[in-house]
Design a protein around this ligand. Structure first.
Ligand code: FCB
Length: 469
């Protein structure tokens, strides 16, 4: 037996490790195996339309708020998502790669303005065709598609009418959801209504850091209420139109820790917790907005219409929990929550986003969510950006592998203690456009050379390939 026959006989994974000492090191943990999570656990990769597709103005696509915002020069590195990681043209080979990495679930989002260029009304058949091709290719490869209806890219024409601050969005969003479920619901069972409503309402309508760049308390509050209504209404439409649907919504969550064990720190932590973790889930569960613990939210009453309490409710099949970091807090000046984040200490490990690596925060937030009567929790995003370097066609991203293993270990701990966690989606597949930050932060398990759109599977991708085998 020669060397290559020998390597083949012991399996390609080991062969990869053999050629790659960095990866061999990462794989050294035979105790830590996929099997521990059970056979029915969903393993997937999460992406979104604006961050990956590109093709921003072709085949009939209308303008979205992110097209406008980035082309106005609002991104840190002056980039745009006009090409992004070119998924629109490369979905075929990209999905094959996803399969090669042994993932069975692919989360993506529909671009509203690709399907309905004017926000409502005329349907862009080329947009429908594109998603049909993506979905069909997934199914041919044995990959389950998971669709997010709204991952932040509102059609600009609707923003011109007030966007999320206009209650009419309930009608616009319903029309869009009707379209998506009717066109794709025969093949898609897993649906997520919104992606991180807290992020897009606060960054987009309160502090103006993200598209559409609006600043103001009233626009923020209006957007919160209308997003919460759409969250539930979207769920109802999916349940009505899709047989055997599995319906969730994705919430950004971070465990909030008081800097000191003193009452005023604890009160600050509680206020921040309402804003970051409780605001969008409690009304869906029929608990109403958590106004008692954050009196500022009483201002939402201004936007409530008779019957809204009922309309905010929806019994989701799962809650998508997205966690990257924890927040340590102290009393402070951030309006309405009157709490500030305490900068991570000198010894804290930070990602390229400046986010503190805090795997135990994942465990704690899962335990916190376990107190709600939820049917299932799925981690619909988790991952990290680190400054990746290509050496001889390899990216030895050992920091990302450690990050993922540590977070997974904490998920497993919570799962073993009875938290109903049914799946994990890593953020993300191929390096893409990271919103306000542009192309600098790399979150992918596959490296993208943005000049050539060449892909290199990072060690973290190879690690997953082995882990999921
Ligand atoms: C989440 C977003 C996702 C991505 C990651 C890093 O908040 O949902 O699109 O930007 O952060």
């Amino acid at each position: 037996m020669n060397r290559s026959e020998f390597l083949k006989s012991i399996g390609i994974g080991v062969a990869l490790c053999y050629a790659n000492p960095w990866l061999a090191e990462a794989m050294k943990d035979p105790e830590f195996s996929r099997v521990l999570f059970g056979d029915s656990f969903f393993w997937g990769i999460a992406t979104s339309a604006y961050q990956t597709e590109g093709a921003w103005n072709i085949d009939g696509k209308g303008e979205s708020i992110w097209d406008k915002f980035s082309n106005k020069g609002k991104i840190k590195d002056n980039s745009t998502g006009n090409v992004a990681s070119d998924f629109y043209h490369r979905y075929g080979s990209d999905l094959k790669l996803l399969k090669e990495l042994n993932f069975k679930n692919f989360r993506f989002s529909f671009s509203w303005s690709r399907l309905l260029p004017e926000g409502t009304g005329n349907v862009n058949t080329k947009g429908v065709d594109f998603y049909n091709r993506v979905i069909d290719q997934c199914l041919e490869l044995g990959i389950e598609p998971w669709a997010t209806l709204y991952h932040w890219d509102l059609p600009q024409v609707l923003e011109d009418k007030g966007g999320w601050t206009n209650r009419d969005i309930l009608g616009w969003f319903s029309e869009y959801t009707q379209l998506c479920t009717k066109k794709f619901g025969d093949r898609i069972h897993h649906w997520l209504v919104l992606n991180e409503p807290m992020a897009f309402t606060s960054l987009g309508y309160f502090i103006g850091m993200h598209a559409p760049g609006r600043i103001g308390i009233n626009s923020f509050l209006a957007a919160i209420h209308h997003a919460t209504l759409c969250q539930a209404e979207g769920g109802r439409i999916i349940r009505n139109n899709v047989a055997n649907s599995h319906i969730g919504t994705a919430l950004s969550c971070a465990f909030i820790e008081p800097y000191k064990a003193k009452p005023k720190f604890q009160r600050a932590a509680k206020r921040l917790d309402v804003m970051i973790n409780r605001l969008f889930i409690e009304p869906a569960l029929g608990m109403g907005y958590p106004m008692n613990d954050l009196p500022f939210l009483k201002k939402l009453d201004k936007f409530m219409k008779p019957g809204d309490e009922e309309k905010l409710k929806f019994d989701f099949d799962f809650i998508g929990l997205q966690n990257y970091y924890k927040i340590v807090t102290k009393p402070g000046i951030v309006p309405f929550v009157w709490a500030n984040q305490v900068k991570p200490g000198e010894n804290a490990k930070l990602t390229d986003m400046g986010w503190e690596v805090a795997p135990e925060g994942m465990y704690k937030i899962l335990k916190q969510f376990d107190k709600y009567p939820l049917k299932e929790i799925i981690i619909t995003e988790n991952g990290a950006s680190f400054p990746d370097i290509v050496i001889d066609e390899h990216v030895h991203d050992s920091q990302r592998i450690s990050f993922i293993k540590d977070y997974l270990a904490n998920i497993l701990k919570a799962k073993n203690e009875g938290v109903k966690i049914m799946g994990y989606f890593v953020w993300t597949f191929i390096d893409n456009f990271e919103w306000k930050e542009g192309f600098r932060p790399r979150f992918g398990i596959v490296f993208n050379d943005f000049k050539t759109q060449g892909r290199i599977v990072k060690d973290s991708g190879l690690w997953f390939k082995e882990f999921l085998k």
